[in-house]
Design a protein around this ligand. Structure first.
Ligand SMILES: NC(=O)c1ccc[n+]([C@@H]2O[C@H](COP(=O)([O-])OP(=O)(O)OC[C@H]3O[C@@H](n4cnc5c(N)ncnc54)[C@H](OP(=O)(O)O)[C@@H]3O)[C@@H](O)[C@H]2O)c1
Length: 226
C-alpha cells in the first residue's frame, strides 16, 4: 500500500528550481522503501501560474495559485499550509528587477524586498510563533543565493539586499537553536528563466541545470547539519 510519508510544500513550484525539486522528490520518494513498505510524498505546490502548477501535480497533490507579494494571498497561503499540515516547507520563489538601482521604480524594488525577504521572514515568524498548529512540521528550507546573498550583485541591488537580509535572518535564527530544522540553501548560477540565455554565466558554462541543483538540494535537506 502506498502511504504519503512526507507532505511537502514547495512555494515557487511552477518553474525553475522549485519545479525540478518537486520532480526530484517525487521520483525519490516513489522509489524509496521503509520497512518493506513503499512510501510516497504529497505536495502542496504554490506559485502564480495555475496552469503550470496543474501540469506539474500528481493525482494526490494540491495546487495553490497565489502571489506571495500580495497581503490577501499571504493570509490565504498561511491557512492553506495549516490545512495541508506539511512535514517540510521549501520557500524557493525569488526574483527582482534587473538594471541600475536608480533606473528602476521603487515599486519594483519594494516587490523584490517583499518576495525575497519580508514575506518569507513573516511567514517564518508566524509559523514559529504558532508551532503547535503545524504539528507535523519538521523542516523549513529557504532558498537564498551564493552570489546575491554573500556579495555585491550589480544591476540587482534590491534583490541582493533582500537575499543578504534572508541570510542574516536564517543564520541568526539557527543560532537560537529553534526546535524546527530551519535552513538556508544558497545555489550558484542556474540555467532557469531568471538567467537569460545571453547571460555570461550561461555562455561560460557556469550555470547548473535546475535538475542537478534540485538533486543536491534534496540530498542536503535530508542530511544532518553541524
Ligand atoms: N537562477 C539563478 O541563477 C539563481 C542563482 C542563485 C539563487 N537563485 C534563487 O533560486 C531560487 C529559484 O530560482 P529560479 O532560478 O528557479 O527562478 P525562476 O525560474 O524564475 O522561478 C521562480 C519561481 O518562483 C515563483 N514566483 C516568483 N514570483 C512569485 C510571486 N510573486 N508569487 C508566487 N510565486 C512566485 C515563480 O512562479 P510564477 O511565475 O508562476 O509565480 C517560479 O515558480 C530563487 O530564490 C532565486 O533567487 C537563482
Amino acid at each position: 500500500m502506498q502511504t504519503a510519508a512526507k507532505k511537502i510544500a514547495v512555494l515557487g513550484a511552477s518553474r525553475g528550481l522549485g519545479r525540478a525539486l518537486k520532480l526530484e522528490i517525487s521520483a525519490n520518494e516513489a522509489n524509496s522503501k521503509a520497512g518493506g513498505e513503499i512510501r510516497g510524498a504529497q505536495f502542496l505546490l504554490a506559485a502564480r501560474n495555475e496552469e503550470k502548477l496543474g501540469l506539474l501535480k500528481s493525482q494526490q497533490d494540491l495546487t495553490f495559485a497565489c502571489d506571495f507579494t500580495k497581503t490577501e494571498d499571504q493570509a490565504r497561503l498561511l491557512n492553506a499550509l495549516i490545512e495541508f499540515q506539511p512535514t517540510h516547507i521549501f520557500y524557493v520563489a525569488g526574483g527582482g528587477p534587473y538594471g541600475r538601482f536608480e533606473s528602476k521604480k521603487w515599486a519594483d524594488h519594494a516587490w523584490a524586498l517583499e518576495l525575497n525577504f519580508n514575506w518569507p521572514a513573516r511567514m517564518l515568524h508566524t509559523i514559529m510563533s504558532h508551532l503547535p498548529e503545524y504539528k507535523n512540521l519538521k523542516q523549513i528550507v529557504f532558498v537564498g543565493s551564493a552570489i546575491a546573498g554573500q556579495g555585491p550583485d550589480p544591476m540587482a541591488a534590491s534583490y541582493a539586499a533582500a537575499k543578504h537580509a534572508l541570510r542574516g535572518l536564517i543564520t541568526s535564527v539557527r543560532k537560537e537553536n529553534p526546535s524546527l530544522d530551519i535552513r538556508l540553501y544558497e545555489p550558484g548560477y542556474m540555467a532557469t528563466d531568471m538567467l537569460p540565455p545571453s547571460a555570461w554565466p550561461r555562455q561560460q558554462g557556469l550555470a547548473k541545470s535546475p535538475e542537478d541543483e534540485a538533486r543536491a538540494l534534496w540530498q542536503w535537506a535530508q542530511s544532518t547539519l553541524d
